[in-house]
Design a protein around this ligand. Sequence first.
Ligand code: 5GP
Length: 120
Amino acid sequence: IPPDSDSPTIFDKIINKEIPSTVVYEDDKVLAFRDINPQAPVHILIIPKVRDGLTGISKAEERHFDILGRLLYTAKLVAKQEGLAEGYRVVINDGPQGCQSVYHIHVHVIGGRQLNWPPG
Ligand code: 5GP
């Protein structure tokens, strides 16, 4: 069951550097780091540094327009930085049926091998 929007997640500890992560991009609004359980040679997560109720994409409101744009733009930056010129996938899992496991919105950037569609 998804937690309420006030429950902290493991990503707060990553933002606060209380647990280590391999950061590949950071600015004042977003943090991008390598997934601990990569599903491809490149698997990066991009998160807002302030969650602001955005536990998942299903909770998006008009006030989130700027951060949502930044998350997607950062996906492009990171993919380019990682050399994914042949293509890649950008994913946001939402809710139990979407296999979301961390309720702090995050964009997956996955690449470095041939991906399949549909994902199943
Ligand atoms: P979701 O299933 O919610 O879309 O994705 C959550 C992702 O966070 C998973 O791919 C999982 O491997 C990753 N993850 C969970 N805990 C940690 C952690 O402590 N460090 C890092 N780097 N990734 C994590």
